[in-house]
Structures are given as C-alpha cells and as structure tokens.
Write a protein that binds this ligand. Structure first.
Ligand code: COA
Length: 163
C-alpha cells in the first residue's frame, strides 16, 4: 500500500461514510447503491481504509451466501486514492475475513475485470454460484442486460499460509 491509510473492520459509526463513498460510484452505475441503514445492518462484514485525517477512503465487504461461499462485495476506493494499492489492500482484508470465517470459495461480480485479474482471480461462469443468482440476480432489473463479469478465487492457499 502506497498511501498512508489504516485498514480496519467497519464500525457502526462508519455506515454513513461508507454509503457516501459507494454512492459516488453508484451514481455512475459502477456499483450497487447501499443506504447507510443497509450498511449498518451488515457492518460486521465491512472493512475500511482510514486516512491520517480519519476519513474513510476505501471499503469492502464479505457477503456470505452459504457456510462455504461468499462474495467480495462493495469494493470502492475514493477517486483521489486510486492507483495507490488501496483496492488490493481492501480485497486482501476481506479475503482474510473470509478465511477467518472458514470460507475459502470467494467470488466477485464486477465491471472491473482487470482489477480482479491483477489480484489473482480467475474468470468463471456465474452459474457456478446459484446462491447468488437465486438471491440477487433473479430479482434484479438488469437481469437481462447484466454486463458484470464473474471472477473467483480459492483461498485454501492463503489459509495454509496464515496457519
Ligand atoms: C476498482 C478499484 C477498486 C481499484 O482500486 P485501486 O486502489 O485503484 O486499485 P489498486 O491500486 O489496489 O490496484 C491493484 C491492481 O489492480 C490493477 N487495476 C486497478 N484498477 C484497474 C483498472 N481499472 N484497470 C486495470 N487494472 C486495474 C492495478 O494496476 C494493480 O495491478 P498491479 O498490482 O499488478 O500493478 C477502484 O478503481 C474503484 O473504487 N473503482 C470504482 C468502484 C468499482 O468499480 N468497484 C469495483 C466494484 S466490484
């Protein structure tokens, strides 16, 4: 990581700032919008990067679909910090949370394929994740025009390295 920021777990008081960070990109249809209430309800699943002035400059979340499968979700880095390694650091932290919870099969649906490829994810068919399709995709208004690409990673190697 090349910027002065601390990565830590989300706290209830972060919900407003996280939702605000995500909103910047949701306005451009790059991410799904999340209200502060939605973030607060899932705050235990969030990690954030906080800069020297205590501002939240990046976030990400682990969205569990089953005891063994989870999505790397809500990854956002504030524009002024793009390209400094924060996206990678946040995904690393979300992966660590997954391993801590015993989840080794993680995936992301993304419009940023090169980012996830750089982080060691492999492109896969989203049909591999029927839990995601059943819970989110079937009710989505973009269901028939979705341009998100599914990427996946197996975290067993990370788990062994951490042991
Ligand atoms: C995508 C995003 C999270 C990347 O964050 P970032 O902090 O700029 O990324 P990093 O600096 O950690 O880059 C990590 C790697 O990904 C690559 N990368 C990042 N964004 C990239 C892009 N748009 N295209 C190609 N490669 C990219 C970097 O080159 C780097 O590779 P390297 O380590 O081999 O040099 C950030 O651009 C963002 O918040 N975008 C808007 C929201 C969004 O699209 N989120 C993803 C939703 S799934």
């Amino acid at each position: 990581m090349n910027v002065a920021a601390t990565i830590r777990r989300g706290r209830p008081e972060d919900a407003e700032a996280i939702a605000g960070l995500i909103a910047d990109f949701a306005d451009e249809s790059l991410m799904l919008r999340r209200t502060p209430h939605m973030v607060a309800l899932a705050i235990d699943d969030y990690v954030v990067a906080v800069d020297a002035r205590a501002r939240i400059v990046a976030c990400g979340a682990l969205k569990e679909y089953s005891p063994s499968v989870a999505e790397i979700a809500a990854i956002a880095v504030s524009r002024e910090a793009h390209g400094c390694g924060l996206g990678r650091a946040i995904v690393d932290a979300v992966e660590s949370l997954a391993v801590k919870r015993g989840i080794y099969d993680v995936f992301a649906l993304t419009l940023q394929p090169a980012f996830f490829a750089a982080l060691g994810y492999q492109r896969v068919d989203r049909a591999r994740y029927p839990e995601k399709i059943g819970r989110d995709c079937l009710g989505c208004i973009r269901r028939f025009a979705c341009n998100e690409i599914c990427f996946a990673k197996n975290l067993q190697a990370e788990a062994r390295a951490a042991a």
